[in-house]
Ligand binder design. Structure first.
Ligand SMILES: [Zn+2]
Length: 306
């Protein structure tokens, strides 16, 4: 299978594409994984790089002839694993410590894929049955280091004729960001806020802190109508729905639907989902969280031993 055939792109705005995998299987309860390519006059911005199967850079080069920079919405393996196809990437400083660390978001087990064989095996794990035998080891590039720079809230990617602003919405991961595209009245949100916002994992932030960051995101709310996430495309009202539901969690009035996440941690779903996937009241936002991790903790100095 030629590596370019692994991807498909849909134009969502002028010089702006949503990219996903053609060959991978996303079941009825599993959302696909998306990344985005935004072309400007000076350079093109690649927002997230998915699982690293195939050669995302070569595919993007069929859409743009501009030099490319990558920005990661956060450090999870389904958002950064394809970075090694590119030369330069940017990530929020609070996610930097985890970038090369053990990464649980990859199917088939944890760990950032470091070898061609590992990337190949993981591609076979998610492939549709008709594609499994078509995947070839040589389709998968060996992972290589790249230049990595940190960003923070308020930074701007100036692509020449369009500017994309970084908004810190830490919660799902400490350094989660959204990227505001004012020209197209949209925000690229990674896993910041969606129908399955997971705050039940190791280094997610407490609900109180996440709520503060959602309120910060809300300051920009009049400037976008839709969110293009890493797995879902949802109207921008998901932000106020998130604020409402987090406030209910802190008040103790959410639905507290018991769940077992795939990462083995017992969590609550804040809004009931009778079908096990979407809210009964038609709202888009939902969140899973650890009951004991609601309030901000007092900041203490680091004690580094050994
Ligand atoms: Zn994530």
């Amino acid at each position: 299978m030629a590596y370019l055939d692994m991807f498909k792109a849909e134009k969502i705005f002028p010089r702006t594409w949503q990219i996903t995998y053609e060959f991978a299987e996303f079941g009825p309860k599993i959302d696909p994984v998306y990344c985005y390519l935004l072309e400007g006059d000076t350079y093109a911005l690649v927002i997230d790089t998915m699982y690293g199967y195939g050669n995302l850079r070569a595919f993007c080069e069929t859409l743009t002839d501009k030099p490319m920079k990558v920005v990661n919405t956060h450090f999870h393996g389904d958002h950064i694993a394809g970075n090694y196809h590119f030369d330069v990437a940017y990530i929020h400083w609070r996610d930097l410590p985890y970038y090369y660390g053990k990464n649980f978001s990859l199917p088939g087990g944890g760990g950032f894929p470091k070898t061609q064989q590992e990337i190949y095996e993981r591609a076979k794990f998610v492939a549709k049955p008709e594609y499994v035998d078509k995947l070839r080891l040589e389709d998968f590039k060996e992972a290589t280091p790249i230049e990595l720079y940190t960003i923070e809230d308020g930074d701007i990617f100036d692509l020449g004729d369009r500017q994309i602003e970084v908004i810190w919405v830490g919660g799902h991961s400490p350094g989660c960001i959204a990227l505001l595209d004012r020209k197209n009245r949209c925000a690229y949100t990674g896993d910041c806020c969606n129908g399955n916002t997971i705050l039940g994992i190791g280094n997610s932030l407490p609900i109180e802190e996440y709520l503060e960051n959602l309120l910060h995101f809300y300051e920009f709310r009049s400037e976008f109508d839709i969110t293009y996430g890493g797995h879902q495309v949802i109207p921008a009202c998901v932000v106020e729905e998130g604020i409402e539901l987090c406030a209910r969690i802190l008040a103790g009035t959410d639905d507290k639907e018991e769940r077992q996440t795939r990462h083995g941690v017992s969590t609550y779903g804040a809004a009931r989902e009778p079908g096990g996937y979407r809210r009964a009241d038609g709202k888009h936002f939902n969140i899973s969280y650890v009951p004991g991790k609601l309030l901000k903790e007092e900041k203490k100095p680091q004690i580094i031993k050994n």
